[in-house]
Design a protein around this ligand. Structure first.
Ligand SMILES: C[S@@+](CC[C@H](N)C(=O)[O-])C[C@H]1O[C@@H](n2cnc3c(N)ncnc32)[C@H](O)[C@@H]1O
Length: 186
């Protein structure tokens, strides 16, 4: 089963992408990938705000798994919360264990990445990494042009409704992610 695959899609659907849930493709379960793909490979993966639900070792193994099941030259576009987004309420929400109470969508957050530590997860797995959106340790935002057609990330400066004022040049970002492209060398 090839094609363009959303991992941990939840309620997300995008035209041209096949949404999968943990029950079909579990980033912590190599056998689920073997069952799903057989001898096929994905053309691309898209994964928004899922990696923070894995521990660091699980995230590193998941990166290797995606590398294994991606076509050479294919891209995994992946986004997570950003440890250097300078907004205390955001950091309270995305912190390890979430803000409480139990049952909050962030309650099982295992890790808060910054751009450097997140990029390393993918370079160590053999990917070439390009950071598309992130804050540096001083809290300064960096972005480079990226195409939603190649993988739409909603929680982005480009698309998120909370960033409309930012896009209009009238205010700061309302919500942020680290977004990167991890390319499997051709
Ligand atoms: C915060 S939601 C994000 C959902 C969707 N990607 C989005 O951006 O709206 C986290 C998602 O990660 C999924 N998830 C958690 N652990 C996973 C795993 N080991 N493999 C695949 N998906 C997982 C959950 O099922 C859930 O859908």
């Amino acid at each position: 089963m090839g094609g363009r695959i959303i991992l941990g899609a939840g309620e997300q659907t995008w035209d041209g992408w096949r949404a999968t849930q943990r029950e079909q493709l579990d980033l912590t379960d190599r056998a689920s990938f073997a069952r799903f793909f057989g001898t096929e490979l994905a053309d691309a993966f898209l994964c928004e705000h899922v990696w923070e639900h894995l521990s660091l070792p699980q995230g590193q193994a998941a990166a290797r798994l995606c590398w294994r099941y991606l076509q050479p030259g294919g891209v995994l576009r992946v986004a997570v919360p950003d440890a250097h987004f300078p907004d205390p309420e955001y950091q309270r929400t995305v912190q390890v264990g979430g803000p409480g109470p139990a049952g909050h969508p962030a309650a099982d957050h295992q890790i808060v990445y910054d751009a450097r530590t997140f990029a390393e997860v993918f370079t160590q797995a053999g990917f070439e990494v390009v950071l598309l959106e992130y804050h540096d340790p001083s809290g300064r935002f960096h972005a480079q042009p990226w195409s939603p057609e190649a993988g739409p990330v909603y929680r982005s400066a480009r698309l998120d409704h909370r960033n409309a004022e930012y896009r209009a040049g009238r205010g700061p970002l309302g919500f942020a992610s680290i977004i990167l492209d991890a390319r499997k060398p051709a």
